[in-house]
Design a protein around this ligand. Structure first.
Ligand code: HEC
Ligand code: HEC
Length: 335
């Protein structure tokens, strides 16, 4: 059911059912308001509203049914996708559904004016958890159980999506996976899409982080990743050597010692997005030295570099055979 229909229905049930004329007027009025000003229908601060929905999903303050929770959860994810593709109006309308389904008020409580989160504290917490996870021995079987959830986005093979909306995880250095995962769940690397799946409530503490990273470590890299348009590759190569290779390696293999991610064979569009976010300080866990390094580069130069990087391949022994399917997921693939 669309948010609009739900709103209308709510309005209907709130009026006197024995008086159809009044009901009709109410429906017409509600529809008119929504249709006349679709953009201004909800003056919503999307990130703040999303936070409230996520909180309500966890705590279920109005004790709504499991069905309502499930449908809200789906709509919430859809809203995030819309928001990320800059369809803000549609995203807000989609999120509106959750306020209705979970029976939470659209108006944030007045006392809710919180200070900005303390990024240093958040980072320190993440460092602590990453260190703990790194010291533990992974249980790969438990890792697979956790990874089943991750696979809905990252795919059973860990190859993500070639359109770059979801990164390839296969082949990523284990300690980088751990660091990024704890950064995401601590909030120092914004990723609203993944939050509910990666939080402690969903997967467990440091041991679980170690386990799922241990499982991801068993996956091999796809070189059929998303590539760039293939222009200016020579320029890209030169700039890569000059600006990036000392940290990310001569062929983009990264360096676990310095937590520099493997970026070879990563989806081009994902690389571009991360690069932008690092440059614009939208990714709070960015490496300060890298941010300084890329300051003077133009976006056209960066795109040429990242296109070149997306075409760099890992050594043959790390590459998955073409068309390989993860046998751990054989059952779900047969369906
Ligand atoms: C709802 C979809 C979704 C689910 C489920 C999901 N992820 Fe992600 N994940 C993403 C997206 C999207 C990104 C990229 C975010 C960005 O662009 O910043 C990402 C990024 C990551 C990264 C960072 C990769 C890098 O190169 O820095 C790691 C690590 C990761 N996910 C691990 C996991 C694990 C482990 C799970 C399961 C516990 C999981 N994800 C579940 C969507 C998802
Ligand atoms: C001083 C070392 C250093 C230099 C130089 C550097 N990087 Fe990085 N880069 C890093 C580190 C460390 C990270 C991971 C930061 C974190 O923890 O989030 C990173 C992250 C990235 C990511 C995100 C990868 C992912 O999986 O999410 C991209 C893309 C990237 N770098 C591209 C580049 C490019 C292109 C250049 C050259 C213009 C470059 N970097 C130069 C150290 C460096």
């Amino acid at each position: 059911m669309t948010a609009m229909k739900l709103l209308v229905l709510r309005k209907v049930s709130g009026t006197d059912r024995s008086k159809p004329r009044r009901r009709l007027i109410a429906v017409a009025a509600a529809t008119a308001v929504l249709l006349a000003a679709p953009n201004a229908a909800l003056a919503m601060d999307f990130p703040a509203a999303l936070k409230r929905v996520d909180h309500a999903l966890k705590t279920n303050p109005s004790q709504v049914s499991q069905f309502a929770l499930d449908s809200c959860f789906k709509r919430r994810n859809f809203a995030v996708k819309l928001y990320e593709s800059r369809q803000v109006d549609r995203a807000e309308r989609s999120l509106q559904f959750c306020f209705d389904a979970l029976k939470i008020s659209e108006v944030a409580p007045a006392a809710k004016k919180q200070a900005a989160p303390d990024m240093d504290k958040i980072k320190a917490k993440a460092v602590e958890e990453a260190e703990q996870a790194l010291s533990l021995t992974p249980n790969v079987n438990h890792g697979l159980e956790i990874y089943r959830e991750c696979a809905s986005c990252h795919k059973p093979e860990g190859w993500g999506l070639t359109n770059g909306s979801v990164p390839q995880l296969a082949g990523q250095h284990s300690n980088v996976v751990i660091k990024q995962l704890v950064d995401i769940r601590a909030g120092s690397r914004g990723n609203p899409m993944m939050n509910p799946y990666s939080c402690v409530e969903a997967i467990g503490g440091a041991q679980s982080v170690a386990d799922v990273a241990g499982y991801i470590d068993t996956l091999e890299i796809s070189v059929a990743n998303g590539k760039g348009p293939g222009i200016n590759l020579e320029v890209g190569e030169r700039l890569y050597r000059e600006n990036c290779a000392r940290c990310h390696g001569a062929s983009g293999e990264g360096d676990p010692l310095t937590y520099a991610p493997r970026i070879q064979s990563q989806h081009y569009k994902y690389l571009v997005r991360q690069y932008r976010w690092i440059r614009d300080s939208k990714r709070h866990n960015a490496n300060a030295e890298m941010t300084a390094q890329i300051k003077g580069l133009k976006m056209t130069e960066a795109k040429a570099m990242l296109d070149y990087v997306s075409r760099l391949e890992p050594p043959a022994e790390l590459q998955a055979p073409e068309g390989w399917q993860n046998p751990d997921f054989a059952e779900s693939q047969a369906n």
